[in-house]
Design a protein around this ligand. Structure first.
Ligand SMILES: *Cc1c(COP(=O)(O)O)cnc(C)c1O
Length: 392
């Protein structure tokens, strides 16, 4: 007589997992503890130097950033207690939004719970059924989620192919109401920068709004101000979105835009309204980190400089960002190269399909201001000894 949970639930989960396991697509978490600087340990294993995370400036472990988080917690508590429109809008938010707007050169900015939440909130607030989104084929997964939620018609263009965007606009723009072009400012798998100047000019010609996702660009390029500034196109990109979880070293997402656009987000974006405010510690840390980014040009320049030195030593194309892809080819060769680097004390993840195209499995090295010159020198020697590098 007592009601029972249907057995079909666990059966479904188990069957699904088994099918994924058979395709080598089951994922497992390992606990990885950061030790000092870019050093880390995976499940009690030996210490590895990470060339794989997104903490481009080492700010997540910067003493002043940690202290700012501590102080914010002491003053305002461990949690926000409510959504921002209710009582969760602690005083630190205003300072953070002001500093984001200043860095991005926009009238205003609003902070979301994460970059993911920002994209699923911003896009459906701007476009809907009867509108058009034109997106680079390589945009981040959470942009896909935002586009789906919006119910707008989505067209993809070949990666960074401006002529393809023009073709789509010419053929289709007139059939839709509002139109949005969405790109990543920096693409995480190759470290290349979107052609924002060309896209911005095109968008203006077709009454279309350009949005960049600057997750990998804030704090790393354009003197730390991101991809629109690096491309000298800030005046052409009205929607600069990004995250506080990569170079900023904290947590949260944002949109920097004009006052009316930001006010519309605060009024209508569901992922802004119906979720709790960030913990004060995350906001306090981000404020301090942005202050360091604004005032320390050497800090901001270092990861890209390290990446360029590494690439030059291994005959790889010169990177403009802290990201250096080393395409290996097959999945098993890429995994073997990653394992060989781990043997030598380096954590470098192998990216495989579907994250990257078939036959282009790769190591992706990301450089941080916290890497010591000696770490990079030893990485270069190790790659050479393993026969990893370009043949230019
Ligand atoms: C990491 C990332 C996000 C997600 O940001 P979170 O703050 O981690 O949710 C969004 N877009 C891009 C391009 C990213 O790389």
């Amino acid at each position: 007589m007592s009601a029972r949970i249907p057995a079909s639930l666990d059966a479904f989960a188990t069957e699904k997992l088994n099918a994924l396991e058979a395709k080598n697509q089951r994922r497992r978490l390992v606990s990885s503890a950061r030790t000092d600087g870019m050093a880390m340990r995976v499940e009690g294993g030996p210490e590895l130097i990470s060339f794989t995370d997104n903490d481009y400036l080492g700010l997540s472990t910067h003493p002043e950033v940690i202290e700012a988080a501590r102080e914010a917690t002491s003053r305002f508590g461990a949690g926000a207690g409510a959504s921002r429109l209710v009582t969760g809008n602690h005083p630190l938010y205003a300072a953070l939004e002001e500093s984001l707007a200043r860095i991005k050169g926009t009238e205003d900015a609003c902070v979301f719970g994460s970059g993911y939440l920002a994209n699923v909130g911003i896009i459906p607030t701007l476009v809907g059924a009867g509108d058009l989104i034109i997106a680079d084929e390589l945009v981040h997964t959470c942009i896909h989620a935002g586009m789906q939620l919006s119910k707008a018609t989505v067209r993809f263009f070949r990666h960074s192919d401006v002529a393809h965007v023009r073709d789509i606009l010419q053929a289709e723009r007139a059939s839709f109401g509002r139109a949005l072009i969405v790109v990543d400012g920096v693409y995480s798998m190759d470290g290349d920068i979107a052609p924002l100047k060309e896209l911005g000019a095109l968008a203006a010609d077709y009454d279309t709004w350009l949005m960049n996702d600057d997750a990998h660009a804030l704090g790393t390029i354009g003197s730390g101000r991101g991809s629109a500034h690096a491309c000298d196109a800030a005046h052409l990109v009205p929607l600069q979105m990004g995250t506080l979880s990569k170079a900023v070293g904290s947590y949260g997402g944002y949109l920097a835009a004009s006052e009316p656009v930001v006010d519309l987000m605060r009024t209508r974006a569901r992922s802004f309204i119906y979720t709790t405010g960030l913990p004060p510690a995350a906001v306090g840390a981000a404020i301090k980190a942005l202050e360091l980014i604004e005032n320390d040009a050497e800090l901001v320049a270092r990861p890209t400089r390290l990446a360029q030195g590494f690439a030059a030593a291994l005959n790889l194309p010169r990177p403009e960002t802290p990201i250096v892809p080393l395409v290996i080819g097959t999945e098993s060769d890429a995994l073997a190269a990653s394992a060989a680097l781990a043997e030598q004390g380096f954590k470098v993840i192998a990216f495989r399909p579907p994250t990257v195209a078939e036959g282009t499995s790769r190591l992706r090295f990301s450089f941080s201001a916290s890497h010591r010159d000696a770490d990079v020198d030893r990485l270069i020697e190790t790659c050479r000894a393993l026969g990893l590098g370009g043949n230019a």
